[in-house]
Design a protein around this ligand. Sequence first.
Ligand code: PLP
Length: 401
Amino acid sequence: MGTSAQAGNQAATEALVSLAEAVGRQERGFRFTRPALPPLGEVVRLYEQAYKDGLLTNSNLVARLEGAARERLGVRHAVAVSSCTSGLLLTLKALGVRGRVILPSFTFFATGLAVLWNGLRPVFADCLESTWNLDPEDAGRRIDGGTGALIGVHLYGNPCQVEALERLAARTGLKLVFDGAHALGSLYQGKPLGGFGDAEVFSLSPTKLLVAGEGGLVATNDSTLARLIRLGRNYGDGGDYDPELPGLNARMSEFHAALALEGWELLEEKVRRHNQIAAHYDRLLQAQPGLSLQQVRRGDRSSFKDYSVLVDPAVYAGGRDLVGSRLLGCGIETKRYFHPPLHRQKIFREYFDPQGDALPVTERVSSRVLSLPIYATLADEVVERIAEAIAELGKTTVVVG
Ligand SMILES: *Cc1c(COP(=O)(O)O)cnc(C)c1O
């Protein structure tokens, strides 16, 4: 081992020690993410009337939440449901999608579960090098006569190529749905997501930016679709006990609506803080050899529900996993959002033909992706020490694990 390698290892060790110290200075235990919740007293005050009236589900507070969603997203209809997964499932059902559905493999598996639960066949398309979102051209190449729909995912809140996908769907007569689980608070060319495609579906679960405890929102400008999803969340029944479609119990409870209504006041501030932290990480890491960052297109705003980097194993001996384990040793939890990609998961593998449809960008991105801590109360000092430790680990020339 040469002297410069020794100096590199020495610097990496020092950076890790100072990261561990910075983590130790944080008052409370450290986690990957921490929901910033509204004051409980406010939530209870809002919920109290519903409770007294014995209206526990799908009532006034849910209607108020839907009104707030319509206004803030600038859409004609918003339907609150029990989760983003149930919302996606009902959207595909209500749109009457048949056959094959093209979706990215680089996403959370719930996107694909909604396809499977409808008895549809997933076709995985590649993602872009820059944004890591669905590549419209690759999706286009996979369309054939048996294709029924496209699903785009706004990954970590980064708006996907919505207009290119809308043009593709219009040209080919396909339905277009966006999985916006991460994307409340995101802007596409200055405009909130929600009104693109046939529908956009958001998640309100605890790891997302607007938290209902559990919940989802389906946003659409299509009145027929909105009506069917309203029926669909209630078993498909419109009141005559003769369901119009095979629905679910996917209603949202009043308590969850109260939590989301209060939480909505905090959303803009949270998204701003997530953007600050992401810009801070970007500044500290962008010049670092062996790392690549996700690009947000000019004019767009990501919610940065998550912040991830790609770690090149040719520069970082031991790759992404070793960086993750060194950070964990300092009390910093990281994630691999999303690894393995869907086409390598047990329940989806059979739909992927390794001879035919290669997904080279997805393979590379998912094998290198490392998601770093990001949440509103994450201290700048910790962000700086994390970035410093990652930079130093990239300069070591031997495996230090
Ligand atoms: C979290 C998530 C979902 C599922 O949301 P739920 O509300 O938990 O059902 C769907 N898609 C993506 C991309 C997600 O991250």
